[in-house]
Design a protein around this ligand. Structure first.
Ligand code: GLU
Length: 288
């Protein structure tokens, strides 16, 4: 088995990251597998070298060792561009100049029988910029966001079933097949962004290409990404990539039940280190 931990260097790692990294790392070590690290630094405005260094320091302090050199998404622009060009040539993506505000306004405009729906990326895109099919396929534009035309993409892949295998987190929990249907994708996911205005790629596109490039067999990550996996299996089918097994684990929450975020500096691993906690103390805190 080959698994990975894929943090973004946009802030300090917190207890939730420690749990996720340990789960993937310990599973790989127990099974004689491989544990890889990937730095997801496509957000060029928020990523910092100092946060990347802190990731290496924190993981080392936690006793986590990774195999090989970490992959960095900022080094993989040409791979993302090639995939986008393939989808563009097939007429499956289109440029979109909508701001968040435009999307909220269009999604909330009173229309009979349609309520705005929130998907993995926020409001399901109301389709404002979607061209009539077949899409014009001249040169792929740059410096503008590109969205997947979901309906065209579903037509392209035809009638084959989509889905993934979800592994239980706890001993004895059952593996289950999760079906992903066209109706579900259309109503809860919509035309997602595959390339950002400021970077030729998006989280969904790069994570799928990178998991394939790193030959990941088991994706171990938080439950907050469960719905995103529906998008990932669709992209894997479109791009001819294998679908790994998935394990979406419980989230570490604060005492009010809120899940931890980068802004929760009090639960940053670095803060615990500073006040003299040991890695074993943290293992106990996250229930390992
Ligand atoms: N980079 C993502 C994060 O820090 C994780 C992506 C993944 O594991 O697929 O939340």
């Amino acid at each position: 088995m080959i698994t990975r931990f894929a943090p973004s260097p946009t802030g300090p790692l917190h207890l939730g990251h420690a749990y996720s990294a340990w789960l993937a790392h310990d599973t790989a070590r127990k099974e004689g597998g491989t544990f890889l690290l990937r730095i997801e630094d496509i957000d060029r405005t928020r990523s910092r070298d100092a946060w990347e260094q802190q990731i290496y320091d924190d993981l080392s302090w936690l006793g986590i060792t990774w195999d090989g050199t970490p992959m960095r998404q900022s080094d993989r622009v040409s791979v993302y561009e090639d995939a986008l060009a393939t989808l563009w040539k097939r007429g499956l993506v289109y440029p979109c100049s909508c701001s968040r505000k435009d999307i909220a306004a269009a999604a909330n405009a009173p229309q009979e029988g349609s309520e705005p729906v929130f998907g993995p990326d926020g409001l399901v895109y109301p389709g404002t910029c979607r061209p009539n099919r077949p899409h014009p396929v001249g040169d792929m534009p740059e410096g503008i966001a590109l969205r997947l035309d979901l309906t065209a993409a579903l037509q392209h892949i035809g009638s084959g079933r989509l889905g993934f295998v979800e592994n239980g987190e706890t001993n004895g929990s059952q593996r289950r097949n999760v079906a992903v249907t066209s109706d579900d994708l259309i109503s809860t996911v919509g035309d997602i962004v595959l390339s950002r205005k400021d970077f030729p790629g998006s989280y969904h596109l790069s994570v799928v290409l990178d998991d394939a490039a790193q030959n990941i067999t088991h994706v171990i990550r938080g439950k907050d990404l469960f719905d995103a996996t529906k998008i990932h299996v669709l992209l894997q089918r479109l791009l001819g990539l294998p679908t790994p097994l998935y394990l979406h684990h419980r989230l570490i929450r604060d005492e009010t039940g809120r899940r931890l975020a980068k802004r929760d500096d009090a639960r940053a691993i670095a803060q615990y280190r500073k006040v003299g906690a040991t890695p074993d103390d943290l293992r106990t805190l996250v229930g390992l």
